[in-house]
Design a protein around this ligand. Structure first.
Ligand code: UFG
Length: 337
């Protein structure tokens, strides 16, 4: 069985479905600190087996041990973490305690139970300001926020664990910008409060919950002056996890991979694509640059294709159409049900 931590979160829930479809039985844990039990009902309605779930905080060693005693876990996908860059600047200790502490508690529990396969949810922000584009996995690592530092520390901890016991196999997956939702429109990203990220904000403007988008910066050195990112459909991202698990369970070596499309898309391009997909206007105003933002970054995803045979299949129109289907059907997210 595969243990998913953060199983009811945005990426966790989509990965649960992908694993279920690949006939890989899932054990899910989540503390619901940034997700809802409603996700389990939605996953079940989509046909997923959600019979193995426990409400567990990933820093709680005793509760983790119970999970490993109750179910035979062959491998772990570790999503559970706090992920708001701005909050991490304001509350660094919370981020180090939860994100680094969670990785340590989990790895200790895995070691105690003889489980040595882990896929780790990392982020492209470990690269910081990229020196050249597209960003390859061997680019300099210069995390520019406590959040990014917690992810890089977790990567390094897991690498050191493997050095200490070469029987471990770890896959470090550095995501670019995950967006979109399951095509059913029944699960998706449900940020609490004002969305920090572009796509959920745009979706809330289109559905009428917010008056207008602020485009943070129009004077970057990009084609239209707005920031450029590598948006990646969450369904493709979920498949990336399935591929990484199959690789590790099939005897493959440890790896560190970018998961992205390799395509840079500007804020204004995304807004236009969303308007087309939704048929709704997305009013916006130009605002100052957001502190800490970089002008452009996008992945070189070639290594993931070479080592896993994985590549992103869904384009910007599908990302916007699926985000819109989720937003339109669930204007208040899971709380509305
Ligand atoms: N943007 C706006 N207006 C908004 C929100 C965002 O113009 O209201 C712009 C940003 O300036 C940036 C782009 O949209 O140019 C994307 O911003 P996001 O906040 O959606 O994404 P980031 O690239 O800043 O960072 C995200 C996550 C991080 C993660 C990182 C890389 O916030 O957690 O992707 O994986 F680490």
């Amino acid at each position: 069985m595969i243990l998913l931590t953060g199983a009811t979160g945005y990426i966790g829930s989509h990965t649960w479905l992908a694993l279920d479809a690949a006939a890989m039985p899932v054990v899910g844990i989540d503390d619901f600190s940034n997700s809802s039990p409603e996700v389990l009902r939605r996953l079940a309605a989509l046909g997923a087996d959600v019979s193995r779930f426990a409400q567990v905080d990933v820093t709680d060693r005793a509760a983790l041990a119970e999970v490993f005693e109750r179910w035979p876990i062959e491998a772990v996908v570790h999503f559970a973490a706090k992920k708001a860059v701005g909050e991490s600047v304001a509350r660094p200790l919370l981020y180090y305690a939860n994100n680094v502490g969670g990785t340590i508690a989990l790895a200790e529990t895995m070691r105690a139970h003889g489980c040595r396969r882990i896929v780790f949810s990392s982020t492209a922000t470990v690269y910081g300001q990229p020196r050249s584009l597209p960003v390859r996995e061997d680019a300099a690592l210069e995390p520019s926020s406590p959040y990014a530092s917690t992810k890089l520390m977790s990567e390094n901890i897991l690498r050191d664990v493997e050095r200490s016991d070469p029987a471990w196999r770890i896959a470090l997956l550095r995501y670019f910008n995950p967006v979109g939702a399951h095509p059913s429109g029944t699960i998706g990203e449900d940020p609490r409060g004002t969305p920090n990220n572009l796509m959920p904000f745009v979706a809330q403007v289109a559905v009428g919950k917010r008056a207008r988008l602020q485009v943070f910066g129009s004077d970057y050195e990009t084609a239209d002056g707005s920031g450029v990112r590598d948006y990646l459909h969450v369904q493709d991202l979920a498949e990336g996890h399935v591929a990484a698990l199959k690789h590790l369970l099939g005897g493959g070596d440890s790896l560190t991979l970018n998961l992205g499309t390799g395509q840079g898309v500007s804020v204004l391009e995304l807004v236009r694509a969303f308007e087309r997909a939704s048929g709704r206007p997305v009013p916006y105003e130009i605002a100052p640059r957001r502190p800490g933002d970089v002008a452009a970054y996008y992945a070189d995803p070639a290594l993931a294709e070479r080592l896993l045979g994985w590549k992103a299949r869904l384009g910007l129109d599908a990302m916007c159409a699926d985000s819109w289907r989720w937003q339109a059907a669930n204007p208040d997210g899971y709380a509305g049900s």
